[in-house]
Design a protein around this ligand. Structure first.
Ligand code: PLP
Length: 449
C-alpha cells in the first residue's frame, strides 16, 4: 500500500510547508498508527516521536478517555455553534477549566479552531480594545524575528519568518519586528547576559521609533519554538518586564507551544514570571486529538471589551463541542495524573541532564532546554560557534538519519529540536538520547571528513 499512498500524495495532496518535487522524489513516510510516545509507519517501522506530533500530543497517543469523551459528545451534540446567544455545556465547562489553571486575573476565553486563528483574534481584539479606550491610533503590534505565530495572513505577518513573508506580500501593515534573543546564533562577542539585555532593549527602541501612541501590543512566545527553541538569557524577560511597565501597551504571550505543561508549569509565562494581558493557546489544549485553539483574556482587557458592544468576530468552530469535550478530558488527565508535576519534578530534569551529555559530541555546539523542550545546536566549532555552510544541510542530514533510525527530531536549520509527549518515561528518554547520539555519529561521519 505504501507505494499507492505515495502516488496519491504525488497526484493529489498538497502538504504544508513542502517542496513538492523534493517530497515526491522519495515520497512521504506514511504514518498509520500510534500509541504512547511511539508511531508506526506503513512499512511497520516503530518510531519514537520526539516531537509529540507538532509539539501537541501532551498526554501521549492512544488515550481511550479522549476517544470516549469525543464519541460521547458526538452522540449527544456533535455540533452546535456558540453564536447568537447560544452555548453548550462543554464549551462553558472548558472555559472555566482553563481559567482555573491560567495565571491570576486571566479568566475569559475566546475559542478558535487553531493557534493561527487565536493570533488573528488577538490582533483584532487588541486594536478593538484601544479603539474603545479612545486611542484608535494604537494599532501597531511588535513581535520578533523568527517568532512563529501561524500561517494565516495575520499569523504569518505577526511571525518573523522571512521565508514566509516573501510569499504573499507580508507582513500586512501595522506589524513590526525586533531581534530575537538567540544568543548562540546572534550573540556575537557579548556574554549571554549582556546580549539578553541588548535584545530586550530593542523593544524599547522600537516603541520609541514607532511612538508609544501608535503601539497596541508586544507579542512573544515565552520560548520561541519553531524558531529553534530559543531560550532567552536570564536577563531577557526581567528587562522586558521593566520596559513593558514603562509604556502603556498590552503584552501578549503566544502560549501555543509553551502552554499546558511544556515547561513544567501550566504556562511558559508562569515559568518566567511574566504577566501577560492576553495569551494565545492551542496544541496541548486538546493534546492535538482534535483541532482547537483560543485566546485567554485578562480581566483588564475583558472589562473594556465587555462594555464595548459587539465584538464582530468568530468562527463556525469557535468552541466546537467535540473539541471542547476532548479539551476538558485532556485537562482532567493533566490534573488528575499530575502530569505537569511529574514533568517538573522528575522527567524534565532527567531529560535535560541526559540531553546535555550530548554536548561532548564533536558535532554539537550547544545543548539547551527547559522542561520538555530541547535544542541541540550543530556547529563546526564549539568555541567560536561557527556554523556549517548552509548548503551542506547538516540539520536535514541529521533529521534523515533520525527518521531512518526510529526517532523523530525536527531540524530548524542546523538546530535539532525535541519536544516529546509530556508523559515520556525515563526509559523512553534513555532511548531518545541514545538514538540521538547514534544519529549525530552518522551525521558526523557524513560531514566531518
Ligand atoms: N503559535 C505558535 C507559537 C506555534 O508554534 C504555532 C504552530 O506551530 C502557531 C501559533 C499556529 O498554530 P496552528 O498551527 O494551530 O494554527
Amino acid at each position: 500500500k505504501t507505494r499507492e499512498w505515495q502516488a496519491m500524495s504525488r497526484d493529489h495532496h498538497l502538504a504544508p510547508f513542502s517542496d513538492y518535487q523534493q517530497l515526491h522524489e522519495k515520497g512521504p513516510r506514511i504514518v498509520t498508527k500510534a500509541d504512547g510516545v511511539y508511531l508506526w509507519d506503513s512499512e511497520g517501522n516503530k518510531i519514537l516521536d520526539g516531537m509529540a506530533g507538532l509539539w501537541c500530543v501532551a498526554v501521549g497517543y492512544g488515550r481511550e478517555e479522549l476517544v470516549e469523551a469525543a464519541s460521547k459528545q458526538m452522540r449527544e451534540l456533535p455540533f452546535y455553534n456558540t453564536f447568537f446567544q447560544t452555548a453548550h455545556p462543554p464549551v462553558l465547562e472548558l472555559a472555566k477549566a482553563i481559567a482555573d489553571v491560567a495565571p491570576a486575573g486571566m479568566n475569559h476565553v475566546f475559542f478558535t479552531g487553531s493557534g493561527s486563528e487565536g493570533n488573528d483574534t488577538m490582533l483584532r481584539m487588541v486594536r478593538h480594545y484601544w479603539a474603545l479606550k479612545g486611542k484608535p491610533n494604537k494599532k501597531v503590534i511588535i513581535s520578533r524575528h523568527n517568532g512563529y505565530h501561524g500561517s494565516t495572513v495575520a499569523g504569518a505577518s505577526l511571525g518573523g519568518m522571512k521565508y514566509m513573508h516573501e510569499q504573499g506580500d507580508l507582513p500586512i501593515p501595522g506589524i513590526v519586528h525586533i531581534p530575537q534573543p538567540y544568543w548562540f546564533g546572534e550573540g556575537g562577542d557579548m556574554t549571554p547576559e549582556a546580549f539578553g539585555v541588548w535584545a530586550a532593549d530593542q523593544l524599547e527602541k522600537k516603541i520609541l521609533e514607532v511612538g508609544e501612541e501608535n503601539v497596541a501590543a508586544f507579542l512573544a512566545e515565552p520560548i520561541q519554538g519553531a524558531g529553534g527553541v530559543i531560550i532567552p538569557p536570564d536577563s531577557y524577560w526581567p528587562r522586558i518586564r521593566e520596559i513593558l511597565a514603562k509604556y502603556d501597551i498590552l503584552f501578549v504571550a503566544d502560549e501555543v507551544i509553551c502552554g499546558f505543561g511544556r515547561t513544567g508549569e501550566w504556562f511558559g509565562s508562569d515559568y518566567f514570571g511574566n504577566k501577560p494581558d492576553l495569551m494565545t493557546i492551542a496544541k496541548g489544549l486538546t493534546s492535538g486529538y482534535v483541532p482547537m485553539g483560543g485566546l485567554i483574556v485578562s480581566d483588564k482587557v475583558f472589562k473594556v471589551i465587555n462594555e464595548g458592544g459587539d465584538f464582530n468576530h468568530g468562527f463556525t468552530y469557535s468552541g466546537h463541542p467535540v473539541a471542547a469535550a476532548v479539551g476538558l478530558e485532556n485537562l482532567r488527565i493533566l490534573k488528575d495524573e499530575k502530569v505537569i508535576e511529574q514533568v517538573k519534578a522528575e522527567t524534565a530534569p532527567y531529560l535535560q541532564k541526559r540531553l546535555r551529555e550530548l554536548a561532548d559530541h564533536p558535532l554539537v555546539g550547544e545543548v539547551r532546554g527547559v522542561g520538555m523542550l530541547g535544542a541541540i545546536e550543530l556547529a563546526k566549532n564549539k568555541q567560536t560557534r561557527e556554523r556549517f555552510p548552509s548548503e551542506l544541510g547538516v540539520g536535514m542530514i541529521c533529521r534523515g538519519h533520525c527518521f531512518d533510525n526510529g526517532l523523530i527530531m525536527r531540524a530548524v536549520g542546523d538546530t535539532m529540536i525535541i519536544a516529546p509527549p509530556l508523559v515520556i518515561s525515563k526509559t523512553e528518554i534513555d532511548e531518545l538520547v541514545e538514538k540521538a547520539r547514534k544519529c549525530l555519529d552518522l551525521t558526523a561521519r557524513a560531514v566531518l571528513v
